[in-house]
Design a protein around this ligand. Structure first.
Ligand code: AMP
Length: 280
């Protein structure tokens, strides 16, 4: 059975209010749709933790730059509803752009700190768009918990910062990155890859793994990161960044011993931008 669909914030709140009146806990899983099994793992985690799961599906225009893939971003509402129905999600929030951004809107949310550098160096609009839409989603339903994927690690930290700074009453839960058998992180954008690019794409993850092993064995950070960069470039990737960062602050780490570490990468394969990260 398909989930019910709320397209307005008022309808969403009505449903949430009825669950609250019955003392049920609520988890929100925000997505842009074109759901894959990574998204469904977030839903499963949410369902283990709370009585009711709401999945939002909204391709958020404000987090795409003017040259980016907003118009061609995959949209598969029927398949999404079917998949969510199969895992027992009772309610999908699927607002229009006008519902989320009323005519003349003039309010945005900007998080400094963890949003600086990395993705922001290459996608300057991205985190303000994400922070704004996540704030609106959280304020629209005040869930007990909201689940985000570690696949978008910087985004996860930005959301944590935002929730803490705005004192929103929602616990942010992180879900590990779901991967294909060959290691490629699941992503709606993988659909853009040609068959030949798809064969090369797992090199991002295997290179990160190799680098993490080398770092743990005592290899110097700068040359290890350089090696990954070269390996990917030789294989035809255009690397935006490979960077060793503190896993909580995202400050650059000169050496592994300087703190709990995360290795983050973004690279283009043809016209597709892939991101990935691992704990070191
Ligand atoms: P998106 O629809 O790409 O905006 O992603 C919605 C949520 O799913 C975000 O919290 C992502 O981090 C998460 N997500 C996307 N891909 C994966 C994956 N491969 N593993 C775990 N979480 C993911």
């Amino acid at each position: 059975m398909h989930p019910d669909i709320a397209t307005s914030i008022a309808n969403l709140r009505d449903r949430i209010d009825s669950w609250r009146a019955a003392d049920e806990t609520i988890a929100l899983v925000p997505t842009m749709g074109a759901l894959h099994s990574g998204h469904l793992q977030l839903v499963e985690l949410a369902a283990e933790r709370c009585d009711r799961v709401v999945v939002s599906i909204f391709v958020n225009p404000t987090q795409f730059g003017p040259e980016e893939d907003f118009s061609r971003y995959p949209r598969r509402p029927e398949a999404d509803l079917e998949a969510l129905g199969r895992v027992g999600v009772p309610l999908v929030f699927a607002p229009s752009a006008e519902e989320m951004y009323p005519a003349g809107y003039a309010t945005t949310v900007k998080v400094a700190g963890p949003s600086e550098g990395l993705e922001s160096d290459f996608r300057p609009y991205f985190f303000e768009g994400v922070a704004t839409v996540v704030s609106k989603l959280l304020i629209s339903c005040f869930p007990d918990e909201a689940v985000f994927g570690e696949k978008d690690y910087q985004q996860l930290l930005v959301v944590r910062r935002l929730v803490s700074d705005l004192r929103l009453p929602t616990r942010i839960v992180a879900a590990p990155t779901a991967r294909e058998a060959d290691g490629l992180a699941l992503s709606s954008r993988n659909a853009y890859l040609s068959a030949e690019e798809r064969r090369r794409a797992p090199l991002i993850y295997s290179s990160l793994q190799g680098a993490a092993d080398a770092l743990r064995a005592g290899a110097p950070a700068a040359s290890t990161v350089n090696d990954v960069q070269e390996r990917l470039s030789e294989a035809g990737f255009r690397v935006d960044y490979i960077s060793l960062r503190h896993s909580e602050t995202l400050q650059p780490l000169a050496e592994l011993s300087d703190g709990p570490a995360r290795l983050l990468a973004a690279a283009w394969l043809g016209g597709t931008r892939l991101i990935d990260n691992i704990a070191v």
